[in-house]
Design a protein around this ligand. Structure first.
Ligand code: T1G
Length: 713
């Protein structure tokens, strides 16, 4: 009947026809323009045939020939539509609505068989049929909110009329794939089937509907009726909207349009959905969030490419059982790579094992792990005080104290005990990889492997290439990081590597603002309003003032012009006053518990006084000027890291900041932020603050881009 590149229509048993999604040459089925066109053509054939009296077609089954049903619209292609004028974008959406409504008005029962995943537009297609049968391990959902948009092909209307509206709103607000059992319980799935029985169960239900044993028209009516308790929906939506972050417009819009179209007839409700969609599609947040999805795909591709070249890592080892070493041991063992955990003191080893055990207990409490699995993971960590068992180790992560001499001696020592092919990787956060490479006899097999604290939560691992590091070493280290469930980014050696190098101009700018008389509580409020999880003063307390001062010296030596000599005047003064930050309860803020045991954080008068004693100006700045003063040095350093070849792509630079620092996702990263402002506007703002030091100097590469109008994405 119809054979396309992505869609096949064939006649099966008893007057049933089947639409099979199977995008040729693609890893997954997406509803790209080819698939949508072919779906339309195939549905037209069905509709034309069924309009003829005595048509043989009695029912329609939609299925997939791939391991997953459909993962959604093709994001890259769909995003390109966002540049269209509103009216044209709305017209495109209306065409998709028309296709789904065409399916919904066929004169016989229709059913979708879902295997694997039905997400976004794929799930919206499934919602347009009368019935849905899912495999028990299938997942369905509407993840569009993660992209800064919302379902644009009728999902906000159909789902909120097929299940209770509160659940429908939760599905759309969280964007999470939902279990098949939940879909069945809520009524958006009609049957569940074992993996190998999906087709049989689907055809049985479809045949029952064809035979009139199940009323398919009732399902259609349910979708087309306005929501009964629409006034309660409006009240619920208004209440929920108050708790949402205004920096992310999509969840707010979802609540608004569901509340608006709840009481409307079906076709008018679709129009409300379409009108609201175009506003969101053009938002900066949508551009940034879709950009992050595409960045993530790039990082996955690069990690897969490295991993393909890598020799396997069957046995690893970590030197140092402290917070980082214990975290590496836990992460390695809990993702299936057995690891030796070496230290020089029994107590340290005990602490490392207890840390891992505590993390596993938390997994058990959450019902994600059994006691037996916990023991298996702990069995994958072999504590040791010697190198005796290092003869079959494939990679060693050095995570001893942040002291160059100690690291150098430990690396030289362990190298004698491991196979000649083993990789040595240092978890150092501030010491030059090239410098440490001088302590080993096989520098080509040495690199950096910088985890972020806490290791089990922070996704990023910087894999740092020294000047002599071989590709094999990088490949093996990337493969091991990926096997640990981490996101590796390969960077070249320089002070601070990628993330800390970009972070320090931000801290230096903060220091400059304090000396210019701006209050640190206000700076924190402004930067948290910008979207950072913590303002710079709070972040400094969490990182640790001593750590900050130490790292700042490394950055000052590395980049004397930009990273200034007054970069840490305030932090050094806090350190002198024994204000170490959260670790000893006082830094910029004081931390403790009040008489009711409630934690408090309040500005430290001592900190305020020592800042006042060092203040050299009293500038009156607007909030936007504070944001510019903080963000411009960070963005320029990211630009410089790209120009200096520390990182290969804007995507990797931005993902490093998102994953390593918690850079606000809706802003997409430092280089995305420059693009959002526009290079000219960014340059104008940098010019405004030139007098506050070299941190605001435009880089040569930036100037070239500015002259050519070449954005970062
Ligand atoms: N568009 C294009 N390619 C996609 C894609 C998509 N939506 N989803 C996955 N891919 C590709 C991906 O690039 C990779 O390709 C391969 O599939 C495997 O992906 C109108 C507007 C589905 C959970 O947001 O969340 O529908 O690199 O490596 O880890 O209302 O991909 O192998 O060449 O990530 O197993 C809504 C996005 C779209 C789902 C699978 N849908 N995708 O994860 O594999 S908007 C989504 C994912 C929409 C409508 C709206 C994940 C996954 P390659 P992968 P995975």
């Amino acid at each position: 009947m119809y054979n396309g590149q992505a869609v096949t229509l064939k006649s099966i048993e008893n007057g049933l026809v089947e639409l099979v999604l199977d995008a040729q040459g693609a890893p997954v089925n997406t509803l790209n323009s080819i698939a949508m066109r072919e779906l339309g053509e195939a549905v037209e054939i069905i509709a034309a045939d069924s309009s003829i009296t005595g048509s043989s077609i009695k029912g329609l089954l939609i299925s997939s020939a791939k391991p997953a049903f459909i993962v959604g619209a093709d994001i890259t292609e769909f995003m390109s539509m966002f540049a269209l004028p509103d009216a044209e974008l709305q017209q495109r959406l209306a065409e998709s609505h028309a296709l789904f409504s065409r399916i919904e008005s066929l004169p016989f029962p229709t059913l979708t068989a879902v295997n694997g995943m039905a997400l976004g537009g794929g799930f919206e297609l499934a919602l347009s049929t009368d019935f849905r049968v899912l495999t028990k391990d299938a997942r369905v959902g509407l993840p569009e909110v993660n992209l800064g948009i919302y379902p644009g092909w009728g999902g906000t209307v159909r789902l909120s009329r097929m299940i209770d509206t509160a659940s429908a709103v939760q599905w759309m607000l969280t964007g999470k794939p939902q279990k098949a059992a939940v879909a069945l319980e809520l009524g958006v799935a009609d049957r569940l089937a074992e993996e190998g029985e999906l087709r049989a169960v689907a055809l049985e239900l479809l045949q029952a509907a064809v035979n009139g044993e199940v009323d398919f028209r009732a399902n259609r009516q349910r979708k087309r009726q306005p929501i009964q308790n629409s006034s309660e929906v409006k009240a619920m939506a208004a209440e929920m909207a108050k708790k949402l972050d205004p920096n992310y417009p999509a969840p707010i819009q979802i609540l608004e349009i569901v509340a608006t179209h709840a009481s409307l007839p079906f076709d008018e409700a679709l129009k409300v959905e379409t009108e609201g969609f175009t506003t969101l599609a053009k938002s900066d947040a949508a551009k940034s969030l879709i950009g992050l999805f595409l960045n993530d795909q790039l990082l996955k591709k690069k990690a897969r490419s490295w991993s393909k070249q890598a020799a396997p890592v069957k046995q690893s080892a970590v030197l140092g059982a402290g917070i980082m070493g214990g975290g590496v041991a836990y992460q390695s063992a809990s993702t299936g790579t057995p690891i030796l955990m070496k230290d020089i003191r029994d107590e340290a080893l005990e602490l490392g094992i207890n840390t891992a055990s505590g993390l596993l207990d938390k997994q058990i409490e959450k019902g994600r792990l059994t006691e037996e699995a916990k023991q298996a993971v702990l069995g994958g960590i072999q504590p040791t005080l010697s190198y005796d068992d290092f003869s079959n180790v494939d990679i060693v992560v050095e995570a001893v104290v942040e002291n160059p001499a100690v690291k150098a001696s430990v690396l030289a020592e362990v190298e004698k005990s491991v196979p000649a092919t083993a990789v040595l990787a240092s978890n150092t956060s501030t010491i030059s990889i090239n410098q440490l490479a001088e302590s080993v006899s096989r520098p080509e097999q040495f690199c950096g492997m910088h985890f972020f604290n806490p290791v089990h939560l922070m996704p990023l691992v910087e894999v740092i290439r020294g000047s002599q590091t071989s590709d094999e070493t990088i490949a093996r280290t990337v493969a091991y990081a990926s096997a640990m469930g981490k996101t590796p980014i390969v960077v070249n050696d320089c002070p601070g590597f990628l993330v800390n190098r970009i972070l320090f101009p931000y801290f230096n700018a903060f220091n400059r603002l304090l000396l210019d008389g701006v209050d640190f509580e206000r700076i924190d409020r402004v930067m948290e309003g910008f979207g950072w999880p913590m303002g710079p003063a709070y972040l400094a307390d969490v990182v640790g003032i001593d750590t900050l001062v130490h790292a700042d010296h490394v950055m000052q030596e590395g980049f004397p012009v930009r990273m200034g000599h007054d970069g840490d005047v305030i932090a050094a003064a806090l350190l002198d006053a024994k204000h170490l930050g959260q670790k000893n309860g006082k830094g910029f803020y004081e931390y403790g518990k009040d008489e009711n045991g409630r934690r408090f954080k309040k500005a430290s008068e001592k900190a305020q006084q020592l800042i006042e004693d060092r203040r050299s100006a009293q500038l009156e700045l607007t909030d936007q000027q504070i944001i510019d003063r903080m963000m411009i040095p960070m963005c320029l350093e990211a630009a410089l890291c790209l120009e200096d070849g520390i990182v290969e792509t804007p995507a990797e630079a931005d993902m490093g900041l998102i994953l390593g620092l918690g850079f606000p996702r809706f802003r997409g990263g430092a280089l995305r932020y420059i693009d959002t402002l526009g290079l000219e506007e960014f340059a104008r703002r940098a010019e405004e603050h030139q007098s506050r030091g070299a941190l605001y100097q435009l880089t040569e590469g930036f100037k070239a881009r500015l002259a050519e109008g070449r954005s970062y994405y």
